[in-house]
Every structure is written in structure tokens, then in C-alpha cells.
Design a protein around this ligand. Sequence first.
Ligand code: PAF
Length: 286
Amino acid sequence: IRFIKMEIVKEISKMKEISKFWKRQGYKIAFVPTMGFLHGAHLALVKKAKELGDKTVVSIFVNPLQFGPKEDFREYPRDLERDLALLEKEKVDAVFIPETEEMYPPDFQTYVEVTKLTTGLCGAFRPGHFKGVTTVVLKLFNIINPDIAIFGEKDYQQLQVIKQMIKDLNLDIEIVAHPTVREKDGLAMSSRNIYLSSAERESAISLYKALLLAQKLVKEGEKDSQKIKEEMEKFIYSFPFTKVQYIEFVDPQTLDPIDKINKPVLCALAVYVGKARLIDNMLITP
Ligand code: PAF
């Protein structure tokens, strides 16, 4: 039995070499980009990648470009040793963990921006966020040269933005969406859940429950998204520590707002629970 160990790669040049070598051998590379502090949802994406590709690459890079000046870049949870142990267990072939200076040398000055899809939802409250995401993801795609890349549906807008970038820039990468992975009580898994105190953790369930409430109201025949939003907001504020940033009903492809619900819509929301900004979404069919 040949034991093949997981490659831990810090340099862009080395990562390119490895992926070029794999491509020459005809291997299909499946890629999972992450910011680390891995949880069950990341591991579900990795399992999907293992299923779809011959070689699996995971990147761990907390991308400063996608954090606003008042956001949690410094506090963002990190535990590389634990992450590497988890990925080794999943038999990942390579982990790419570049330093910030490797990705963004001092003379860095090129950005990629998807313009329209990024204006609403999280984009309205996090200026520059998606520009940071698309820029780093395109760099990672160029370095790793994957055939397939897996993204979670919890970050639904991010997924749509990446798909648009792929289409607009003619990249030959298949984007695979993975359903949101939830804790037993329904809370969407997120690295940011670590910010929640145990009392706040109880309030964090309000996002998922509010989405279920929206689904119930739509099933009962309510079509007015404004009325549903008001009900959801009232419901969320019945939990302590909550502050709603937005609740929106949008077209699942264009992300344009929808007032009258006559076809499947995406309901997306962002809520602060204490200092943790949580997001969630659900496809709702009348
Ligand atoms: O979803 C994330 O964790 C990040 O936005 C990503 C895609 C790894 C880019 O930094």
C-alpha cells in the first residue's frame, strides 16, 4: 500500500506546479475555497469534491480584501492545526495556505468586480465585500486551475456572483452548489457561530425559524412580501440580542427584489445576534 500524504502548500509557484502535474496526468481537480476554522458544512463540501474529482484541493486563506475596515478580519477565528488534521482525515490531496503577502504583494492593483448582482442584499451593507471575494476567487482559480469548484448555498449571493464571473469571463470551471448544512436545531453552520454566547446561541435559531415562518405564510396564500417581512421581523425581535439588518425576497437568479410572490423566490436575511452578523436564506415556493 502506498501512503500518499496531504500536500501542504504555501507558495503560489508550488501550488501551480502541483496542479499542472495533476492536469498533465489527466486528473480532474475539484476545489473547495475556505477561510478556515472548518466545520461540518466545509467538510460536506470537501466530501462532495472528493466525490466529483480525482484530486481535491482546499484553500485556507482569510482574505483581507473582503472585510470592511470595521469588520471582523482581525477577530476572524483561526485554527490551522485543527483544520489540517480535519482535512487529512478527509484524505484531501492538497491544502493551499498562502500568506497575505504571497497573495497581495505591495504592488498589487488589479480587482475583479461583478457589478449588478452585488448591489443588493449583503452587497448593500458590505461595500467592496464581493469585489474582494471575486478577486481572491479568480486568483485562486488561476493558481489551482480546478475543473470543479464547490460553494455552499448559505452564501447564496456569493454563489450567484461567482457563477456570473465564470460566465462573463469565460472560465471553464463547473460551479457546484451545495445545500446549506445546518445544526440539529436548524441554525446554518458558520465559522462566525463561535462568536455567540450560549444565551445568544438560543436567539441565533430565530433566522431559520423566521424563514420557516415565511414559508408557512406563503403556503397559506400570502403573496405580499412586505407583510411577510413585517411578520418575520416581529418574530425575530421576540428573541433577545437580535438586530435585523435586512430581510429580502428576491428572484433566485437575478436577485432583483420581488413584491408579489407568484413563483419561487429566495428569502434572504442578515441579522446581528450580539456582535455576530449571521446570514441565512431559503427558496420559498408558493
Ligand atoms: O465563502 C468563503 O469562505 C469566502 O468568501 C471564500 C469563497 C473562501 C473567498 O474568500
